[in-house]
Ligand binder design. Structure first.
Ligand SMILES: Nc1ncnc2c1ncn2[C@@H]1O[C@H](COP(=O)(O)OP(=O)(O)OP(=O)(O)O)[C@@H](O)[C@H]1O
Length: 276
């Protein structure tokens, strides 16, 4: 595989829940390394799109997808449900959810569990890797004296860092993050965003957000989802330059003009909502 092959090639992707279509004809290449954000209001299809990238949509019984998703040139639609390929895929393409969801076990075990399963490490190797991984997410200093404590006793931001550590321990090529900061306070958000910017230099990060400021701060490329349709997919700086001009919508989807929402506040302001 060439280094210039996109990490993901998504071709005419449609997602249906039962008979209702929620994602429409999304075609996009996601480049290797850096941060790509999918920005949209609640219900615009961000999670539905993200879940296709590591087959977690399989976990929902009423979902059907059409189209092709290629990871490093390999077509994921050829993978069968619950197959070994899918297990390996989810190690390669790790995921962190909106709501911090550590295992109801100790802090140590949250990171060690996957390492033990994947690499069969013994105690000393496990200790080393757990420490390294917790160092990597900046949590080691806070938790080194209480590794055996229940993970749910950590603050929400620390729980989210632990979930990141759990995913990173398996050395994924890609990290998917579904609104990773939406339930966190500004300090924890800052910590996670800073970490993701560092990680984006060595792996592909794909995140969803409903916060245009977060996309602007974080992402190299931003896709805007609107009612399940991808109405923009551009380098982030272009999206925000153009949005400031409050240009009228210039997109069509299936012949219908799409109301691309303007950016309502000053480019440096944190007030207002894209969608409000
Ligand atoms: N498992 C499901 N079964 C049925 N409908 C679903 C399911 N998951 C999502 N949907 C619907 O699909 C649409 C898109 O949902 P999705 O969660 O992808 O949007 P989102 O942009 O991630 O929203 P949010 O930011 O609120 O999570 C919504 O109308 C939602 O109700």
């Amino acid at each position: 595989m060439s280094r210039t092959t996109p990490q993901f090639e998504i071709r005419d992707l449609n997602v249906f829940y039962g008979r209702t279509q929620r994602v429409f004809h999304v075609s996009v290449d996601i480049e290797r390394y850096g941060i790509t954000a999918f920005l949209g209001s609640s219900g615009s299809g961000k999670s539905s799109l993200l879940r296709v990238l590591n087959h977690t949509y399989d976990l929902f019984s009423d979902v059907r997808i059409e189209g092709n998703v290629l990871l490093d040139g390999e077509d994921l639609s050829l993978y069968g449900r619950n197959s070994t390929e899918i297990m390996l895929l989810r190690q390669r393409v790790g995921m962190v959810c909106q709501c911090p969801n550590p295992f109801p076990r100790s802090i140590y075990e949250n990171v060690a569990y996957g390492l033990r399963l994947r690499y069969g490490y013994r105690k000393r190797q496990l200790d080393e890797r757990v420490e390294q991984t917790l160092q990597r997410v900046g949590l080691w200093h806070d938790v080194k004296e209480r590794l055996t404590q229940h993970a749910l006793h950590l603050a929400a931001g620390q729980q989210q860092l632990l979930c990141l550590a759990r995913a990173l321990a398996l050395e994924p090529d890609v990290l998917l993050l579904d609104e990773p900061c939406s339930l966190l306070d500004p300090a924890a958000t800052y910590q996670i965003e800073t970490l993701l910017q560092t990680l984006g230099q060595e792996m592909t990060i794909i995140l969803t957000t409903s916060n245009p400021h977060q996309a602007r701060r974080m992402a190299d490329t931003t896709g805007v989802l609107f009612d399940g349709q991808l109405v923009e997919y551009v380098p982030t700086f272009r999206l925000f330059l153009e949005s400031q001009d409050l240009k009228p919508p210039r997109h069509e989807c299936a012949g219908v003009p799409v109301a691309h929402p303007p950016f309502p506040c000053s480019p440096d302001g944190e007030q207002g909502s894209w969608w409000g």
